[in-house]
Design a protein around this ligand. Structure first.
Ligand SMILES: Nc1ncnc2c1ncn2[C@@H]1O[C@H](COP(=O)(O)OP(=O)(O)OP(=O)(O)O)[C@@H](O)[C@H]1O
Length: 590
């Protein structure tokens, strides 16, 4: 475990060393206190009062010194644990940014969140205190036994008789309670996931009036969480009285045997008092043995869970000597050459795809659900590496370019718009820190979003809620278009951006799209002919293959998916209305 964490703590290891030394000193000083107390009692018992003040002051000084070293241990330990957790958190978060789409296809949000929080916290706790205290167990037992042995080794051996049993019971307790705690953690994860999903999907819950079902679902996971806690408490309740009994047996033996030793003048009454304090130097560590081991095993498991992420291979990265694609030099030419791609463990999602998009041209993509449209445009930004063929930007295979520079050339408008809980300005300028207010406004104007933004109470400073709550679907999409444009990219991709909006909004978005496409190589996935008809080439995909291609005029002449779609959308209209609607570039029932 320490080897795995070396990178995070090596530079700060002095905090750990200091923390251990301070704790050992505090433990050593703690031994002086019972001895001094014993001496004090013996002096009083024998009527020697001359050293009382001196000894009392010494006791106070030792207690104060011990407290000071304990503070030092706490301070340095916390510093050490927090520094490690801070470094690990940053590394982990950075790695999460680097991991590819392939990783996130399978990752679970709740699980990742618990690694970032609960697991890191477990490691922090162990490194801050757990480790030093684990070492201190041996120091305490050794110091306690030596000191008691010096006073009277026979009494020491007699009073420690129940100790092996106590240690055994503590280890048994750990063995039982460890899985119980693990079950509580798993159940806690389920509870979090249920609550998180419910809050995220509250609109769906309400629209289906499914609150009672959700409450029942939560009650059942909550019951499970409660059961797991009750189970752990039962283990606790079963083991602790026995452990307490064994610890107290030790004290009883000490008092009984020690009393006899005093009566027979083998030890003084003060020494018996010292003994009864010193015995806790053994009982305490035995009692806590299970707890320390538990803390260690949990921290070890957490390190492994974190290493799973930090050691996870990054699937998409620039090869050695990858070229940076300069945005001023890039013309916007895209070519797919016999591209075949499948997701891991899946049949091909795209088969032998070839097309050439010249700078400024529009490629329309149409096809049934699952045909591979979104996959095709995701390959443009090298979300995944293809199995065969080539994707070329201005003639360069994108695998020979740095992924960042490839992605910076593309403005993406996704099916679903994700907005961050921040101002509208920041959401539009997302990914382009150097964008000025003028750039943001210009992009918003092009995206036909400026007017509605100005009607909002705080204009561009309006904070949009999580996921953009408070804005309509059409408004969110226009913000997404503005965000894509603020980059002034050479390529722009629209993934079905108008499917979820009403006709009026669609018309506004269409206007925004027309503005956005000007001078850029455009890929537009759409189900509406009105969005596709201006394309220079339309690709019809079916089960990962291009089954038809051509311009609107060419495709409506031949039977196939495009003409069928056209007939469904325009077929019922009389000839002259059909003509007018098409000329307007709008949808059928506008
Ligand atoms: N992340 C993924 N992992 C595994 N398979 C995937 C993944 N994404 C998509 N697929 C599969 O790849 C195929 C193509 O999916 P894709 O999303 O590209 O289709 P689409 O044409 O965009 O569909 P839609 O119009 O419904 O969005 C489908 O069979 C789909 O199930």
């Amino acid at each position: 475990m320490f080897k795995d964490l070396r990178d995070y703590y090596w530079k700060h290891r002095w905090w750990l060393y200091m923390s251990i030394v301070f704790l050992i000193i505090a433990t050593g000083l703690g031994v002086a206190y019972p001895i001094l107390l014993g001496n004090l009692i013996d002096d009083i018992n024998m009527g020697r009062f001359d050293r009382v003040i001196e000894l009392s002051l010494l006791v106070v000084s030792f207690i104060t010194l011990k407290a000071a070293f304990q503070y030092g241990h706490g301070f340095t330990g916390t510093r050490f644990g927090n520094t490690i957790a801070y470094n690990m958190r940053n590394t982990l978060y950075k790695k999460l940014q680097q991991l590819s789409f392939q990783y996130y296809d399978r990752a679970k949000t709740g699980d990742l969140m618990s690694r970032l929080t609960a697991d890191l916290d477990g490691i922090r706790g162990f490194m801050a205190f757990g480790f030093a205290q684990f070492l201190n167990v041996f120091v305490m037992v050794a110091v306690g036994m030596i000191t008691m042995g010096i006073i009277n080794w026979k009494l020491m051996l007699i009073s420690l008789i129940p100790m092996p049993l106590l240690a055994l019971r503590a280890l048994q307790f750990e063995r039982h309670v460890h899985p119980a705690f693990r079950a509580i953690r798993v159940s806690m994860g389920k509870l979090n996931t249920a609550a998180q999903e419910n809050i995220t999907g509250m609109r769906a819950v309400k629209s289906f009036a499914n609150e009672p079902f959700e409450v029942d679902k939560f009650v059942s996971v909550n019951e499970d969480y409660q059961d797991k806690n009750v189970h752990a408490s039962k283990i606790w309740a079963k083991f602790f009285p026995v452990m307490e009994f064994l610890a107290n047996t030790s004290i009883v033996i000490l008092i009984a045997a020690g009393g006899l030793f005093v009566i027979y003048d083998v030890i003084s009454i003060g020494e018996l008092v010292s003994f009864s304090s010193l015995i806790w130097y053994i009982i305490g560590p035995m009692w806590g043995l299970g707890f320390h081991i538990n803390m260690y095993t949990q921290a070890k498991a957490s390190v492994e869970r974190i290493k799973e992420i930090t050691d996870h291979p990054v699937h998409i990265k620039g090869i050695e000597g990858a070229k940076h694609l300069d945005r001023d030099e890039f013309k916007g030419e895209v070519e797919f050459k016999n591209v075949t791609f499948h997701y891991p463990d899946n049949p091909p999602a795209l088969k032998d795809i070839s097309f050439h998009a010249y700078p400024g041209k529009i490629i329309g993509i149409l096809g049934g659900t699952g045909a591979g449209k979104s996959t095709l445009v995701q390959l443009l930004m090298r979300a995944y590496d293809i199995q065969s063929g080539q994707i070329l930007f201005d003639g360069h295979d994108i695998r020979t370019l740095t992924p960042e520079s490839v992605r910076k050339q593309i403005g993406f408008v996704f099916q679903e718009t994700f907005l961050f809980s921040s101002t509208i300005r920041n959401n539009i300028a997302y990914g382009r820190d150097e964008a000025t207010m003028e750039d943001v406004i210009e992009a918003a104007k092009l995206a036909c979003a400026h007017d509605f933004i100005m009607e909002l109470p705080e204009g561009y400073d309006t904070i949009v809620g999580e996921r953009g709550l408070g804005l309509s679907g059409g408004q969110k999409q226009r913000l997404a278009i503005a965000r894509a444009l603020v980059f002034d990219p050479k390529i722009i991709v629209f993934d079905d951006s108008t499917s979820a909006v009403d006709m009026k909004t669609e018309h506004e978005i269409q206007r925004a799209l027309q503005n956005a496409m000007k001078g850029r190589t455009t890929f537009i996935i759409a189900h509406r002919i009105s969005s596709l008809k201006h394309a220079d080439e339309i690709l019809i995909l079916d089960r990962g293959e291009i089954v038809q291609r051509g311009t609107h005029e060419e495709l409506i002449q031949v039977p196939g998916y495009y003409r069928d779609t056209y007939d469904i959308q325009f077929g019922d209209l009389p000839e002259e209305i059909r003509y007018k609607v098409q000329a307007r570039g709008g949808a059928v029932n506008e």
